[in-house]
Design a protein around this ligand. Structure first.
Ligand code: CLF
Ligand code: SF4
Length: 484
């Protein structure tokens, strides 16, 4: 994905045959999915992680004010940092609460899409509660229209639920990798609890118990809880079905399965011992099995603890402390204008989806198609193939048109010329994909991808994604899929 954040200007400039139409009563309104309660929609409609729909429009930022951790996970090494790498637990610079407020104000002034401030490390938000609380309190006084979100391993959670609720933090993520301590002990070598380091089964039992207790306490207070689970083949992959059942029974709002990132260069226990992560196909198979349980999140990008921007991009390096202006004022006007634009755009997009479906008619038989889309936001096919750093993957079939994941790649276009060396890895990253949609592509990469059996087309440039995917599906099978 482009490093350029989607802006009001470039979204509104997008030429679409559908823009400007007023084909339904939802025109101008913010289209709430029919299966979401209005009170819940109010909480999630601007949250890029809790609403897949919102992630096309809204940005999050993390501030790295929480360096310490009270447990050890076998997939984590917070010492390792590379600004090109994106994975949780990793940051380039740690911040004091005062520095964090300055940074959030500067980002809010420059990025009207910013809607959520998250604290997700690089350690544990609750093991650094003083910093976490001070940051949220100061930002609340400065920028009143931002949502708060935090992420925790759950060990300290039961001790902080009352304060979390009192501070109007209505989104909390708990990372739960197991509900069986025998499995947990293979993932967590130790925890620090009640002034003592504990290991083995004892550690896992305490941690898992407190995670479940924290989940129940948050749900009882109306806080939306997302569960992150790291999928570790051979250790907890099959067990995650049980985890899903347990968290669903306790009222979790979303379940996000994250593939283990494992590389010896990261210096983690799993990296050094050769534990592999799952393939995209293994991840999708598990997610498909979980559908019908707690809602499954499929658009996570495994952000760094200092990530800034839409989920598919990271502008953290544009807002390092040394690059911040000496003074910056909070101005709500551009943020309000952007939100008004998104509300209208959502209505327009909803009408476009309905129109596309009506125009092609019947629902297709049980045949599915995976389509990869180059987009820089706004739910449109609006990124050049050569600029794409990721492709969003949509599955079209009788169940509808749904986002099922993303594939990261290196950009093909390197300052005006194509880098052919990236095409091999890109083709490998697109394994299983049938068609690639982009705003523009040159003949050379198109031919190379065609040789590998991939159809790439820019015929649907600037269409809404579902509209374009629906057309591709209809062209291929003579009918259309229902939009989910
Ligand atoms: Fe940050 Fe997490 Fe809040 Fe989002 S991330 S604390 S819920 S604002 Fe989102 Fe990033 Fe995935 Fe997390 S894409 S790693 S799920
Ligand atoms: Fe690392 Fe987070 Fe695990 Fe702590 S809880 S060891 S910061 S992954």
């Amino acid at each position: 994905m482009s490093s350029q954040i989607v802006s009001l200007d470039n979204l509104m400039a997008a030429p679409s045959p559908i823009r400007g139409g007023c084909a339904s009563s939802s025109c101008g309104s913010s289209a709430r999915p029919e299966d979401v309660e209005p009170t819940i929609w109010e909480k999630i409609k601007d949250h890029p992680c809790y609403s897949e729909e919102a992630h096309h429009y809204f940005a999050r930022m993390h501030v790295a004010v929480a360096p310490a951790c009270n447990i050890q996970c076998n997939y984590c090494n917070r010492k390792y940092d590379c600004s090109n790498e994106s994975r949780p637990g990793v940051v380039s610079e740690r911040l004091t609460p005062e520095e964090a407020v300055k940074k959030v104000t500067a980002v809010a002034a420059a990025v009207p899409e910013l809607s959520v401030l998250g604290i997700a490390g690089p350690g544990d938000a609750l093991a650094n509660w003083k910093n976490t609380r001070a940051t949220f309190e100061a930002v609340r006084n400065t920028i009143p229209d931002i949502k708060f979100c935090l992420s925790t391993n759950g060990l300290a959670l039961p001790d902080h639920v009352e304060e979390i609720a009192g501070m109007a933090i209505d989104h909390v993520t708990i990372t739960i990798n197991a509900v069986d301590p025998e499995i947990g002990a293979k993932i967590y070598p130790w925890i620090f609890f009640d002034h003592k380091r504990r290991t083995g089964l004892e550690a896992a039992t305490i941690l898992l118990d407190r995670q479940m207790r924290g989940l129940e306490m948050l749900v009882a207070r109306g806080i939306l809880v997302k569960i992150n689970s790291v999928m570790i083949p051979g250790i907890n992959d099959a067990h995650l079905l049980e985890v899903n059942r347990a968290v669903r029974q306790r009222g979790a709002f979303l379940h996000n399965i994250m593939p283990l990132i494992s590389d010896p260069a990261h210096g983690t226990h799993f990296g050094l011992t050769g534990q592999r992560g799952p393939t995209p196909a293994e991840l999708k198979t598990l997610q498909d099995q979980l559908d019908g349980g707690a809602k499954v999140m499929r658009h996570c990008r495994q952000c760094r603890a200092d990530a800034i921007g839409l989920l598919g991009e990271d502008r953290g390096q544009d807002f390092t402390l040394e690059k911040l202006p000496a003074t910056v004022a909070y101005d709500p006007a551009p943020r309000q204008a952007y939100r008004a634009f998104v509300a209208a755009e959502r209505g327009d997009r909803g009408a476009a989806r309905d129109d596309a479906l009506r125009s092609v008619g019947a629902v297709a038989d049980d045949v599915r198609l995976l389509v990869a889309v180059a987009t820089k936001g706004g739910a449109r096919v609006n990124e050049h193939f050569g600029h794409a750093r990721e492709f969003q993957v949509y599955e079209a079939g009788p169940q509808g048109i749904v986002l099922v994941g993303h594939r990261k790649v290196d950009a093909y276009c390197m300052g005006g010329f194509g880098e052919d060396a990236t095409l091999g890895p890109t083709i490998a990253a697109l394994t299983g994909i049938d068609t690639v949609l982009c705003a523009k592509i040159g003949d050379c990469p198109r031919d190379a991808l065609a040789e590998a059996g991939l159809i790439v087309t820019d015929a649907h440039a600037y269409d809404y994604i579902e509209t374009a995917v629906g057309k591709i599906y209809a062209e291929r099978f003579g009918r259309t899929a229902a939009v989910a």
